[in-house]
Design a protein around this ligand. Structure first.
Ligand code: G3P
Ligand code: MG
Length: 292
């Protein structure tokens, strides 16, 4: 979609040159050095390619294989879903239950991490992915650190009020800070109450809130509501269902300093339309299609 829109030429030339000189260098590693930092991405002045649950169209979602594949096709950011195990470890999985994407059954939150690690999270998609496991958030972050930016979506089912000391949002912030990855991370959620809790955590730590926040929205309440929501949550970006996006919404948000990343767009024509309208990026199961 826009080789002219996605100004990628210089990067590709650089990659190819390096390949000629040292053929054993994996091209993605070179490219990724330019993509680990959100501020650096902003300088690119083009829509970002956000790989939804990794390269979900061709790999089992939310597995290391899917995230490595997203890096392999030079996505700018990976999106992942996180929730808590019974022993309160943040793990990367979309559904509340194990049934669809693993060979296990029942609630994720009824299983300990060691029980979950016994499960196969790849075969349901294709036998060639047998042996993929449910990653912990920490494993995933360690794997991608310095290589790509990441949108961590905290699932609403994990929201707890009053929040215990090891609430999911606290664990996510502690992990991101411990790994010094705040510049690579964008935290989103449909549960907007997480954001006030994250901001309070930062205040309590006497730290500046350096993590970027993004309300997800699946029901339209109008452009003014979206803008008010972003202001109230001190958001970095707004992540609406793609069917809620209009040129006026994009304009309203962008002129007020907010980015807009709709989800989930796999259709080429719709990608083209949204890019023309001026979205900041697209969350897609087909990250490679966005470059074409
Ligand atoms: O973050 C965008 C998108 O992932 C939100 O919906 O259900 O795919 O997590 P869902
Ligand atoms: Mg998600």
């Amino acid at each position: 979609i826009g080789f002219d829109f996605f100004t990628k030429n210089a990067m590709l030339k650089h990659t190819h040159m390096a390949l000629i000189v040292t053929p054993d260098i994996i091209p993605t590693r070179l490219t990724c050095q330019t993509m680990e930092n959100i501020k650096a991405l902003e300088q690119e002045k083009r829509p970002w390619v956000v790989a939804h649950r990794g390269f979900r169209a061709q790999y089992p979602e939310n597995t290391i294989a899917a995230f490595e594949a997203a890096i392999g096709v030079e996505a700018d950011m990976i999106e992942l879903d996180v929730c808590l195990t019974r022993d309160r470890v943040p793990v990367v999985i979309h559904d509340e239950t194990l049934d669809r994407t693993t060979d296990g059954k029942g609630l994720v939150s009824s299983h300990t991490l060691s029980e979950l690690k016994e499960l196969d999270a790849g075969s349901w998609f294709n036998a060639e992915f047998k042996g993929e496991s449910i990653p912990t958030l920490e494993e995933l972050l360690l794997k991608i650190k310095g290589r790509i930016t990441v949108n961590i979506e905290i699932k609403p089912e994990s929201f707890e009020a009053p929040a215990p000391a090891d609430a999911i949002e606290v664990q996510v912030c502690e992990m991101v800070e411990k790994l010094e990855m705040a510049d690579s991370v964008l935290i989103s959620s449909f549960e907007h109450l997480f954001f006030a809790k994250i901001q309070r955590w930062y205040r309590d730590q006497h730290k500046l809130n350096s993590i970027r926040l993004a309300p997800l929205q699946k029901v339209s309440l109008g452009d003014d509501f979206a803008l008010a929501l972003c202001r109230r949550q001190n958001a970095y970006s707004y992540h609406p269902d793609e069917c809620l996006v209009t040129p006026s919404l994009i304009n309203e948000l962008k002129t007020n300093g907010f980015q807009i990343f709709p989800y989930t767009i796999n259709d080429k024509k719709r990608m083209e339309q949204l890019i023309k309208w001026g979205v900041s990026g697209i969350i897609s199961d087909e990250p490679e299609r966005l470059w074409k």
